[in-house]
Design a protein around this ligand. Structure first.
Ligand code: FAD
Length: 507
């Protein structure tokens, strides 16, 4: 049998996607004799906007064997326990989307079923009261999980806020130390083999030609290989995702960083505030049909909590995804594979999923169709799941004005319609296998946006009502006690990284 192993991999692009791929492959393919090379152009800056992540990023960091405190210190990261949605449902309203599992079940009855029964009867508090992530975030507290069986501290779930550019640089150091060869150069031409349409080689502006068995396209929105050379095609999802513009600016921090992302609904979209150790990241994501660039920039600058550190930067994107993220011998990751929008901070996660699935279906030089097809179906399901979750945010609000009216008129996907109907009928949350967002996420956002079930799950009536009431009270008290025992978020960062905290206090 001839040796069909992959001998060389070339990654095009040195943004977050490129260096995440380089780091992960350098670790997972170590000892296999695969030559790993990354090419990045000095002429095209990475987007480097990604600032918020979701909990699976912590697995990525751990799997690489990176020390979390070292990373947090080096890239000036803060911790994230969820997202606060201000004015999203209607003016003056606030709800929190916490990370983590829902509360404990009672026998076969899941937490949401018995909590919803009590809520509908006016005997339960807001969901936030039963979530350690939500309560800790809103009190500005943070700790890592500790082994404390049967307490909410056991299950503390968190992610990071960071500057994606710093993260990429950190991973570059990691990858280069493990043998990844970095070439600075601008790819001018991509050669495709006549016989089978596989990418054969890249030609740099210097004239150097670089060939490989497998190419990973991390070249950003343009998709230099996946689209430019292979013409894979793009699914435009703007009928479900109303935003296609961004205005971004960094600002001085006016208070210690909160351990959550703050999202505020605005006239033509929404604004984020992401606290890092040294600054806040801010952005306004909006629909280009509903606001001009100048107005968007002014709105963003008017609504900063600290002094702007530069002029706002404008970006445009087309929400959607590449029809196939893996085509022939090219796998696209990051913006080259697609971009939905950053409301739930899923882009870096989709890079991570793309890498994990590539390793799961790592090819040989025959590129078996079964592997490629399965990879593409998995990634399509991931993107679609995120799209549905985002669409729910936009379609289910009571906000007024042309942008939000447009959002309410957007068609629901069949999968989302079913999800909402199941919830409305008896508060049931259907979750597909491998679906990204856990039950608590759906519950928090649906209830937060006033999707209230007509009836509760009848099986809850099999539970003694008094026991249910006591269980909820115990859970709420346990959450409160645990949060009380947690240090302020900024103190936690100081203690683990040695940074100096500013004088102001989080209230
Ligand atoms: C407004 C906005 C907000 C976002 N917020 C978040 C968030 O909060 N959380 C999140 O998870 N994600 C977020 N994202 C997404 C996140 O920024 C990206 O997923 C991530 O940065 C990955 O980008 P990338 O590496 O795919 O592409 P890029 O950063 O664009 O990098 C492309 C690379 O390709 C190289 N390149 C391009 N052409 C050539 C060439 N011809 N030759 C050689 N090299 C070339 C460039 O030099 C660069 O190194 C956001 C994105 C946007 C637009």
């Amino acid at each position: 049998m001839s040796d069909r192993r992959i001998r060389s991999v070339v990654i095009v692009g040195g943004g977050t996607a490129g260096w995440m791929a380089a780091a992960a492959l350098s670790k997972s393919l170590a000892g296999m004799g695969v030559r790993l090379q990354l090419i990045e152009s000095a002429r095209i800056d990475p987007i480097g906007v990604g600032e918020a992540t979701i909990p699976p990023i912590m697995d990525f960091i751990r799997q690489l064997g990176i020390d979390e405190s070292d990373l947090v210190q080096e890239i000036k990261a803060t911790y994230k326990l969820g997202i606060g949605y201000r004015e999203w449902t209607r003016d003056g309203h606030f709800y929190f989307h916490p990370f983590g599992p829902a509360g404990p079940g009672m026998g076969n009855i899941p937490f949401q079923a018995y909590w919803l029964k009590m809520l509908l009867q006016g005997k339960a508090e807001r969901l936030e009261e039963y979530s350690i992530q939500a309560m800790a975030a809103l009190r500005g507290r943070f700790a890592r999980p500790v082994h404390a069986p049967n307490t909410p501290l056991n299950k503390l779930t968190y992610a990071l806020h960071f500057d994606a550019g710093h993260f990429a640089r950190y991973l570059r150091g990691y990858a280069e130390a493990r043998g990844v060869l970095r070439t600075e150069g601008h790819v001018r031409h991509v050669s495709v083999r006549g016989a089978d349409g596989f990418v054969e080689a890249l030609t740099l502006e210097s004239g150097e030609s670089i060939s490989a068995d497998l190419f990973i396209d991390c070249s950003g929105f343009q998709g230099l290989l996946i689209e430019g050379a292979l013409h894979t095609g793009y699914q435009d999802w703007s009928r479900w995702l109303p935003c296609d513009r961004a205005m971004i600016v960094h600002s001085e921090r006016s208070a210690p960083p909160n351990p959550y992302t703050l999202v505020t609904a605005r006239a033509a979209g929404w604004q984020w505030q992401i606290p890092l150790q040294h600054r806040d990241g801010n952005g306004y994501i909006y629909g280009g049909e509903f606001s001009g660039e100048d107005a968007a920039g002014e709105l963003l600058l008017r609504n900063l909590s600290g002094r702007a550190l530069s002029e706002p930067v404008a970006l445009r994107f087309r929400p959607g995804r590449r029809k196939a993220a893996w085509n022939r011998n090219v796998v696209a990751l990051g913006l080259a594979a697609g971009f939905l929008e950053p409301l739930e901070a899923t882009s870096i996660h989709l890079i991570q999923r793309g890498i994990a699935m590539l390793l799961r279906f790592f090819p040989d030089r025959d590129f078996a169709a079964a592997d490629v097809d399965r990879y593409n179906r998995t990634l399509e399901a991931d993107f679609s799941g995120v799209r549905d979750f985002l669409l729910m945010h936009y379609s289910q609000t009571e906000r007024t004005g042309p942008f939000w009216q447009h959002c309410r008129g957007m068609p629901l996907t069949d999968s989302l319609r079913e999800k909402i109907e199941l919830f409305r009928s008896h508060g049931r949350i259907l979750r597909e296998e491998a679906e990204l967002f856990p039950v608590l996420s759906w519950l928090a956002v649906m209830v937060g946006q006033n999707i209230i079930p007509r009836r509760y799950d009848p099986l809850v009536d099999g539970l003694d009502a008094q026991r249910v009431q006591s269980r909820l009270e115990e859970l709420r008290a346990a959450v409160r006690d645990c949060v009380e025992a947690m240090p302020p978020h900024w103190n936690f960062i100081q203690r683990t990284t040695g940074e100096r905290a500013p004088a102001a206090h989080v209230t």
